[in-house]
Design a protein around this ligand. Structure first.
Ligand code: ASP
Length: 311
């Protein structure tokens, strides 16, 4: 996988065949999960530690379920970083986990690059579950699986990623993955929330939702990441919703059957209208959650096979 075969740290650098084969494997786990069967021998006797320095609902739970469905012993560690030096904590933690002979380490951290640092210090296979504003690779994989299942392909699709792109690791991973797979990615948001690197990444930039959504196959709304903002980047929530909140009027500029996605957690009435989020035909938000478990099973499976000595 990206950087090395031992870890999953980022999408950037992954090749299309690697991505496709992970999605194919995840597809088989969707079927397994739907059949109610499990494959508990794959990670039997192995230990997976969920190490979360930041809040999470979906990601942590789905890694836990994925690990358990493959037979791993799963341990959840939530670590508060509020009062400690993050760098020191991370290295101390690495030493502790190494001594525990953990096989798979799923890490979420508020600082970009923290999982890479851990990967250099521990023997376990490290999986990035979201680091600062850098990447959230399994989210991009589950988004791609959701789109591919609905549309049968990724290539040539017009995909709009809307809202707070600047602070979004989900956007960054998605831009890398979808561009690599031949989708035409565009970002839509206020100038204060669109990073300069978008143009370097070959992504089209729009500041107007009507223009940005025109003829899109997929519209992905992003949460305003207020916890990462330093101030003044957005007007009031009401004002923001008026210009950038995804409602049916704005969605009408996309293709009539365009899919609506959101990585969660949603701020209803801020970046997305409840009626759109809950629309049973257009919204695939719940399906994204289901795909999350299957994708994480596929990632654990591949890393287990690639790290036979450790895992
Ligand atoms: N759950 C996603 C993340 O951890 C998106 C978000 O928090 O808005 O990046």
């Amino acid at each position: 996988m990206a950087v090395s075969n031992r870890h999953l740290l980022q999408i950037e650098g992954m090749h299309p065949p690697q991505i496709s084969s992970l999605l194919d494997l995840a597809e088989s786990y969707v079927l397994l999960n739907r059949s109610g069967k499990t494959q508990r021998d794959l990670l039997r006797g192995r230990t997976l530690i969920n190490l979360f320095f930041e809040d999470s609902t979906r990601t942590r739970t789905s890694f836990e379920l994925a690990g358990k469905r493959l037979g791993a012993d799963v341990i959840n560690m939530s670590v508060s970083t509020s009062s400690v030096n993050k760098g020191e904590t991370l290295l101390d933690t690495a030493a502790t986990l190494n001594a525990m002979m953990c096989d798979l380490l799923v890490v979420r951290h508020s600082q970009s690059g923290a999982p890479n640092l851990l990967a250099q210090k521990v023997d376990a296979a490290v999986i990035n579950a979201g680091d600062g504003t850098h990447e959230h690779p399994t989210q991009a994989l589950l988004d791609a699986l959701t789109i591919r299942r609905r549309r049968g392909r990724l290539e040539g699709l017009k995909i709009a990623i809307c809202g707070d792109v600047l602070h979004s690791r989900v956007a960054r991973s998605n831009i890398h993955l979808l561009s690599a797979m031949g989708s035409r990615v565009r970002v839509v948001g206020p100038p204060t929330l669109i990073p300069a690197e978008c143009e370097r990444l070959g992504v089209e930039v729009f500041h107007d939702m009507a223009q940005g959504l025109r003829d899109c196959d997929v519209v992905m709304a992003l949460r305003l990441q207020r916890e990462r903002m330093t101030g003044g980047q957005v007007p009031s929530a009401r004002e923001y919703f008026r210009f950038y909140g995804l409602d049916f009027e704005k969605l009408s500029h996309a293709k009539p059957d365009a899919l609506v996605m959101h990585p969660g957690p949603m701020n209803r009435g801020v970046e997305i209208d409840s009626a759109v989020a809950d629309d049973p035909v257009r919204s695939v938000i719940k399906e994204q959650v289901e795909m999350g478990v299957a994708v994480r099973m596929a990632v654990l499976d591949v890393l287990a096979r690639a790290n036979r000595r450790n895992v």
